[in-house]
Design a protein around this ligand. Sequence first.
Ligand SMILES: Cc1cc2nc3c(=O)[nH]c(=O)nc-3n(C[C@H](O)[C@H](O)[C@H](O)COP(=O)(O)OP(=O)(O)OC[C@H]3O[C@@H](n4cnc5c(N)ncnc54)[C@H](O)[C@@H]3O)c2cc1C
Length: 173
Amino acid sequence: MRRTVYNEDHEAFRETIRAFIEAEVVPVHDEWYAAGQAPRDFYHQLGELGVFGIEVPEEYGGAGEESFKFQAVITEECARAGVSFGGSGVHVALCLPYLKAYATDEQKKRWLPDFVSGRAMYAIAMTEPGTGSDLAGMKTTARLSEDGTHYVLNGSKTFITGGVHADRVIVCA
Ligand SMILES: Cc1cc2nc3c(=O)[nH]c(=O)nc-3n(C[C@H](O)[C@H](O)[C@H](O)COP(=O)(O)OP(=O)(O)OC[C@H]3O[C@@H](n4cnc5c(N)ncnc54)[C@H](O)[C@@H]3O)c2cc1C
């Protein structure tokens, strides 16, 4: 069956990703698998390749693409090669939409350039030891400090993809 969802840009991107996977990921993937994680440096490589900035607005250092299709290409190419890009899917597919929707302009200016380069990796913490699908049962609280300068988080989170390497975590409380 001939697919029509991708254009020439997507297919050129696919070639780049495929070559990157063959050169940089396939030879070391067994080691990552045994270690249970991709090394932190790999996320810098992905940042250099430009994959973290595709959907970040241009004013914050990204390419300003609205479509998720480039990420879909990455998913397809990882599946084709039988490899994983570690927790980077969460960085882009789960965390970025929250940052775009809810971060202030000042926060976007401060956070997104490092998001794009891979200098700051993101994770999202929803699940708790006693709460999975039913997020309404979360027990973690976020209370504004008395001087109003920060939030104090109390609670436990578990199963956080990329949590080991994360520099910033979006915590649901
Ligand atoms: C690989 C992996 C990565 C993850 N990464 C993250 C992450 O980055 N951040 C994060 O916060 N969490 C993460 N999680 C946790 C994940 O979000 C939870 O596992 C998920 O929400 C399910 O919760 P649970 O495991 O407690 O199962 P439960 O919610 O207890 O569900 C157990 C079973 O009951 C079924 N069930 C639940 N509710 C109902 C219902 N109302 N009706 C019928 N059936 C129901 C479910 O389908 C399931 O079969 C990750 C989990 C995995 C496996």
